[in-house]
Design a protein around this ligand. Structure first.
Ligand SMILES: Nc1ncnc2c1ncn2[C@@H]1O[C@H](COP(=O)(O)OP(=O)(O)O)[C@@H](O)[C@H]1O
Ligand SMILES: [Mg+2]
Length: 224
């Protein structure tokens, strides 16, 4: 089932007098519970498309439909609410809050997402997810003492602790070696399949494509 579509999405950036159309009418459908990998040369517009799809910046033209709702017709407050409660994000670096422990990062995310769980239930969810990602023994660790792989594990857990419908991941393995990259992709695959999360994954690493259900290639502002 299709849960997300981009229709005729265009994006033009203007630098001074010069306008450049980066996205030239993108159509994209994402199916529930599947991982779609978005590939293409550096500068082809992958991150631009991902951030527009995720409601982080507006399109110049076109429509984004998520779960029957037209994101492009919403006001910034409505989009923010959808982002907080229904979307999860992972980027190249973990962007953890330096003064929070692994456990606290996840508890904060639950709160921000507007979780209706009691504090006790929230703590239980966090404990179980830390267990699932193999970080139970590091629950009280601060980011400064974590390895790159550990940080990215916590970042993944933080992205899905509120059980979002969509996960947007922009080159989540770009700063890791190939062994860690595979572990991280396996983790993303396991967690998203278990929870039925729909994932849009930007990557330029060919080895990561085996984890995707679909591969979409961007070229010259269009998808092939
Ligand atoms: N905010 C912006 N202002 C102007 N140009 C931008 C902006 N964001 C991206 N671009 C340009 O859009 C093009 C595509 O960028 P990007 O989406 O980051 O590509 P990719 O992720 O595929 O490497 C690049 O030429 C980049 O310089
Ligand atoms: Mg990019």
């Amino acid at each position: 089932m299709t849960i997300f579509t981009a229709q005729e999405v265009r994006k033009t950036f203007t630098n001074g007098e010069i306008a450049e159309e980066i996205l030239k009418g993108i159509d994209l459908s994402l199916h529930e519970g599947e991982i779609t990998a978005l590939v293409g040369a550096s500068g082809s517009g992958k991150s631009t498309l991902l951030t527009i799809a995720a409601g982080l910046q507006p399109a110049t033209d076109g429509q984004i439909i998520f779960d029957g709702k037209n994101l492009t017709a919403m006001n910034p407050g409505q989009i923010r609410e959808i982002r907080a409660s229904e979307f999860g994000f992972i980027f190249q670096s973990a962007h953890l809050v330096p003064f929070l422990t692994a456990q606290e990062q996840l508890l904060l995310m639950l709160e921000v997402s507007g979780s209706k769980l009691t504090k006790q239930q929230q703590k239980k969810e966090v404990r179980e997810l830390l267990e699932q990602i193999g970080m139970s023994h590091r629950k009280d660790a601060y980011p400064a003492s974590m390895s790159g792989g550990e940080k990215q594990r916590v970042a993944i857990a933080r992205a899905i602790i509120h059980k979002p419908k969509m996960l947007f991941a922009d080159e989540p393995t770009a700063s890791l070696d190939s062994k860690r990259s595979k572990e991280i992709m396996e983790l993303i695959q396991n967690l998203t399949k278990t929870l039925g999360i729909t994932t849009l994954l930007v990557t330029h690493d060919e080895d990561m494509l085996s984890y995707a259900d679909h591969i979409v290639t961007m070229k010259d502002g269009l998808v092939e």
